[in-house]
Write a protein that binds this ligand. Structure first.
Ligand SMILES: Cc1ncc(COP(=O)(O)O)c(C=O)c1O
Length: 386
């Protein structure tokens, strides 16, 4: 067993990505250009969607998506409390209100039964988050959305490559937003993508991602381009660079292989922890392809003499990096103080939060590193079980 520290995550960057970046640097065209266009085309083909708009983060994609469907000041948007702050913060950009909803205790995904109760006359959209890379109950969510005429903007930061009832995530809701942050299943360093089947929303997001400037602004320094442009709306500066896209094009080619590697690690963990009643392994719903961005175990604290924080420290002493996904939004000072949320408002998320640990899961992990994690977890349980 290695004595080296195993980080919670490491990206898998090969010679192909390095060559592609060098080629781009040497080409003289660094910002959004032909590489971004190719990355978008490749992504649309991979997902099977009509339009892909590349941006510099998933947060940017979520912001543009809400803008495209017309979310406005005073509106309400439903988001799960078990998520990263980006999901809710984009709602606040509009002076709209993120309305938090509790999760289902098995998948940690937003509970559709609770969505209905949170809907008011001001609700405009729902942002389901496919937690850890496992699809939400999209049938139930779409049904609610149709009934109440709400937009569905999927936060698929974790969900690539992923499927729900045979459909690829990125083809289901009105707009779907992906992340290519350094820890995600494919990376461009920082980056994101919005996918949709709606040409107007795609055009709107594209325009707003680059200052609200009309028509192919990126071409204006090329032979086909023109110096003339028009600002149609005050937009944002969210475009992805060609350097990022050069990495993304190569990462996307490996996306299925990365997904398979993560699935194999998850299966090993499932199997190697199956005899430990102190640990609950993640629940996988039927007819869902899980992207396994995260592998989250739940501790049975009644059966252990240490708490979650101490468990994490013990793993760290054994050279294992871990994380916690997520500290629910309602427990953060901003959301608690501005919306008056209490821990009891979202009992499932509050309770789960005390018990969760995300273990390392990434394609770069070797068999011996996977075994190192397994052994460290097993030893900790054996040492501290009641
Ligand atoms: C659920 C979720 N949504 C959105 C984001 C934001 O992604 P990005 O860093 O690409 O903006 C993250 C990032 O970790 C996330 O976990």
């Amino acid at each position: 067993m290695s004595n080296e520290f195993l980080p919670f995550h490491l990206p898998e960057i090969g010679p192909e990505e390095i060559r592609s970046v060098v080629e781009t640097l040497e080409s003289g065209w660094l910002t959004s250009g032909a590489k971004v266009k190719k990355f978008e085309e490749d992504f649309s083909r991979f997902i099977g969607c009509q339009y892909s708009v590349a941006v510099n983060s998933c947060t940017a994609a979520l912001h543009l998506a809400l803008e495209a469907v017309g979310v406005d000041e005073g509106d309400e948007v439903i988001v799960p409390t078990t998520t990263f702050t980006a999901t809710a913060e984009v709602v606040l950009y509009f002076k709209a209100k993120p309305v938090l909803v509790d999760c289902r205790p098995n998948t940690f995904n937003i509970d559709p039964d609770l969505i209905e109760r949170a809907i008011t006359a001001k609700t405009r959209a729902i942002i389901p988050v496919h937690f850890a890379g496992q699809s939400c109950d999209m049938e139930a969510i779409l049904q609610i959305a149709r009934k109440h005429k709400l937009y569905v903007i999927e936060d698929a930061a974790h969900a690539l490559p992923a499927k729900y009832h045979g459909k690829t995530i990125g083809t289901i809701g009105d707009i779907t937003c992906f992340s290519f942050y350094a820890t995600k299943t494919i990376t461009t360093g920082e980056g994101g993508m919005a996918t949709t089947q709606n040409p107007e929303w795609a055009a709107r997001m594209r325009m707003m991602s680059l200052h609200g400037i009309s028509h192919d602004a990126w071409k204006r320094y090329t032979k086909e381009g023109s110096w003339y442009y028009e600002v149609v709306r005050p937009g944002f500066k969210y475009n992805l660079t060609d350097i990022g896209a050069a990495i993304g094009i190569e990462q996307l080619k490996k996306c299925d292989a990365f997904g398979a590697a993560r699935t194999r690690i998850a299966a090993t963990y499932d199997q190697r922890f199956s005899d430990l009643c102190e640990i609950e392994t993640p629940v996988c719903e039927p007819d869902v392809q899980h992207a396994w961005h995260l592998y989250v175990i739940q501790l049975d604290l009644e059966r252990l003499r240490i708490n979650r924080g101490q468990f994490i420290e013990t793993l760290k002493e054994q050279g294992i990096g871990t994380s916690v996904h997520f500290i629910p939004l309602h427990l953060h000072p901003y959301y608690r103080d501005n919306f008056g949320y209490t821990p009891d408002d979202f009992p499932k998320s509050t309770e789960i939060y005390q018990r969760i640990i995300s273990l390392p899961i990434y394609p770069k992990m070797t068999e011996s590193q996977i075994e190192h994690v397994v052994e460290a977890v097993r030893k900790t349980v054996q040492r501290y079980r009641r």
